[in-house]
Design a protein around this ligand. Structure first.
Ligand code: ADP
Ligand code: ZN
Ligand code: ZN
Length: 695
């Protein structure tokens, strides 16, 4: 039985009613109907794109109205009444809902699980008071017209100028791949292109907003500083996961109201509502942190491209080492490639990359003689050095030579890492912590040794080898406290550090002016990884960390002293050879040929079904069942296999890889397959990832 209700129903004291189709943050791929009855005192009608408070089970939750209907299929006694419409907030636009809808369909998630979690918590609470307070605060600080004072901008070089011209001359949608070596002034291109487009919109009497995505929270302050300095009259907000809730709410609402002219943010900002969006910038577009690795596993870069296309606006993807995907699009002309070949600051040179053959110069305690000599020279000259080692902790494992015991985590297929300052063994996968054993747990041998080397151990060595040097370690352990990473980077910028040592945290984006030496301690392991993307990542990482050296303008005659020293056992490896020549195109083209030959992305499209269970057999059986669930022509489904790190925190994990040469065919298969999977009653927990980057 269904009820028919319409605006024409005879009034029974109540004027009119409607049925609203509402999506909620729930793992059900459906919208829910709620009845709206016009209250006498509030004649405003509900609209698509409004947030509403509704009863759901015994809870009250906030949902998003996606449709307004005359009637519901639900029986009248099942149709519950809406509780509240958040009219305080302007509606979310059709375009924004379409963006969420696309993400939901492409990544195979319910719309509600995409749209609602993308909103700040303050909008999703039971009470509207939080939102009202935020709105009041924003109204109070409404933009006062700032006189356009004089702003310094560097004179662009010819390549930068070409890039800016190309971007601002385009009409409608166009993706630009800004391929520029480290220090080539990509930021300046973003800023001047943005300035131009904002100004043009303003001259045409239109409103305009720019979205600028960056990979790392730690990079936002530096960039935010440059952007604010460049646009003193504009409102710049930043959005990232470390903002306090209240702040995040205000920044988001200010973007949604169109008050914020420029939104700077990490990946989550790609779903920010920006009604006047006119340009998107994705800095370091190749960076893996644009990929969200939990719940909605989306690529912010890919969504940004879709959004630009949807809105028919330009998008600039910048990188010194573009992703294989973008490089391919650049070479086929799908993206327009703009190239910056030189460092922008006057006389700043690309550092010289030297490979230290560790067969010849055997490292002692991790350091070869040439690296030690280079460090000493920098100390004597009062210059800064950076040492890169992508492994935190003191040693990746402990072991007993007498009996062969090693510090396995009892809950994971992984080693417990020695953290010496904290006096702990720590599993980086399940966070299990143990005291450092004073003797071997198996044979009682008191001489249990650390094996291998992490940042803490290198730090300890440096303090012994260079007692007067100011050594600073930056990694996830040293920067646990909020604000401590920023403080550490500030100290480096102020010149209070002689040797900076760190993981990939130090590789990205920072413009250290006094740095003339980069040492890479042990990069080789990535050369032999099972992951076909490991080479691409290693090249990007090394290029980026190398790019920290020699960025400052120097006087003539003082040049060419910035060096990058890489310790390796494989100096003739093509990856290192291309790096030495600063030749990313050579590396990238070789990589693409290999990928094409092996039918790997970007020449193939993949999805990964992961299963987790108490027993590996159950996980594998579930995947085998999933594999046979439906005929799959045009899509290859590989055999189920255990994941490399099979067990984490006592849970066994396995995966099933799907591949197709056609994105459409893969998508066409996934939708009904997901429905069939959801219908399976299984105790195995599973997730699907489209375009996985870690396989
Ligand atoms: P990238 O992002 O390409 O690595 P940046 O944008 O950080 O490079 O620029 C590197 C340095 O060059 C910065 O200090 C920047 O201020 C400076 N710079 C950029 N463009 C110019 C220019 N046209 N003239 C002089 N200096 C410039
Ligand atoms: Zn032992
Ligand atoms: Zn563990």
């Amino acid at each position: 039985m269904s009820v028919e209700i319409g605006a024409s129903m005879p009034a029974t004291g109540r004027v009119s009613q409607m049925v609203l189709s509402v999506v909620l943050d729930a793992p059900l791929d459906t919208a829910f109907d709620y009845l709206w009855v016009e209250p006498a005192e509030q004649p405003e009608r509900p609209q698509v794109g409004q947030l509403v408070l509704v009863p759901f089970g015994r809870r009250k939750v906030v949902g998003l109205v996606i449709d307004i209907k005359e009637s519901s299929e639900l029986p009248a006694d099942k149709l519950r009444e809406l509780m509240e419409i958040r009219t305080q907030l302007p509606v979310l636009s059709e375009a924004w809902i379409a963006l969420c809808q696309f993400a939901a369909e492409y990544y195979q998630r319910p719309l509600g699980e995409v749209a609602l979690p993308s909103l700040p918590k303050g909008l999703r609470g039971e009470s509207a008071a939080v939102l009202e307070r935020a709105l009041k605060k924003l109204a109070a600080q409404a933009p006062t017209a700032v006189p356009a004072g004089h702003v310094d901008r560097p004179q662009l070089n010819a390549e930068q100028q070409n890039a800016v011209n190309a971007i601002v001359q385009g009409e409608g949608y166009q993706a630009y791949l800004l391929f520029g070596v480290t220090g080539s002034g990509k930021t300046e291109v973003y800023l001047q292109a943005a300035e131009h487009l904002l100004q043009r919109a303003r001259d045409a009497g239109q409103r305009a907003q720019v979205l600028m995505l960056v990979p790392e929270i730690n990079l936002t302050p530096q960039l935010e500083g440059s952007v604010r300095a460049r646009f003193p009259a504009l409102q710049v907000v930043s959005l990232h996961s470390q903002l306090a809730e209240g702040e995040r709410l205000r920044q988001w609402v200010s973007a949604h109201l169109g008050q914020a002219d420029i939104v700077l943010g990490t990946r989550l900002a790609v779903l920010c509502s920006m009604p006047h969006l006119k340009m998107i910038i994705v800095d370091e577009e190749h960076d893996a942190s644009y990929k969200q690795q939990e719940s909605l596993r989306y690529s912010a870069r890919d969504l940004a491209v879709w959004r630009a296309h949807q809105l028919q606006i330009p998008i600039v993807l910048g990188s010194a080492t573009p992703s294989a995907e973008s490089w391919l699009h650049g070479s086929t002309g799908r993206y327009q490639q703009l190239t910056l070949t030189q460092r922008a600051a006057s006389n700043a040179q690309l550092p010289q990359v030297r490979l230290i053959d560790t067969e010849v110069n055997k490292p002692v305690d991790g350091f070869s003689q040439p690296l030690l000599i280079a460090l000493r020279e920098r100390l004597e000259r009062g210059e800064q050095s950076l040492l890169f080692l992508n492994r935190r902790g003191y040693a990746p494992v402990m072991h007993c030579e007498a009996c062969g015991w090693i510090s396995n985590c009892r809950r994971c297929t992984a080693f417990m890492v020695l953290h010496k300052p904290e006096k702990r063994l720590r599993c980086h996968h399940c966070s299990l912590e143990l005291r450092i054993p004073s003797a071997c747990p198996t044979c009682g041998n008191v001489d249990v040794q650390p094996l291998g080397r992490g940042t803490q151990r290198v730090e300890e060595y440096l303090q012994l080898a260079f007692p007067s040097a100011r050594v600073l370690r930056i990694d996830a352990d040293s920067t646990r406290r909020k604000g401590s990473a920023q403080a550490a980077f500030d100290a480096v910028h102020r010149g209070e550090v002689d040797i900076l040592l760190g993981t990939q945290m130090v590789a990205k984006g920072h413009d250290f002016q006094r740095l003339t030496l980069v040492g890479v301690i042990n990069p080789d392991t990535a050369l032999f990884s099972q992951d076909y993307r490991a080479g691409e990542r290693l090249f990007a990482q090394l290029m980026q960390v190398a790019g920290r050296a020699g960025r400052a303008a120097v006087s003539e005659g003082d040049q060419a002293k910035a060096e990058v020293l890489i310790q390796t056992r494989y100096p003739s490896h093509p990856l290192y050879q291309a790096l030495m020549a600063h030749d990313y195109p050579r590396f990238a083209n070789a990589m693409l040929s290999e990928r094409r030959a092996a039918h790997l992305p970007p020449y193939a499209f993949q999805a990964l079904l992961r299963a987790e269970a108490k027993s590996l057999t159950n996980a594998l059986e579930f995947l085998a069942q999933a594999r046979e669930l439906m005929p799959h022509s045009g899509v290859t489904i590989n055999d189920p296999v255990p994941m490399t790190i099979t067990r984490v925190a006592g849970v066994e994990r396995a995966q099933l890889l799907l591949e197709s040469s056609s994105r459409t065919r893969l998508q066409t298969f996934l939708k009904p397959w997901m429905q069939a999977l959801r219908a399976l009653k299984t105790r195995v927990s599973w997730t699907l990832e489209v375009d996985p980057i870690d396989i």
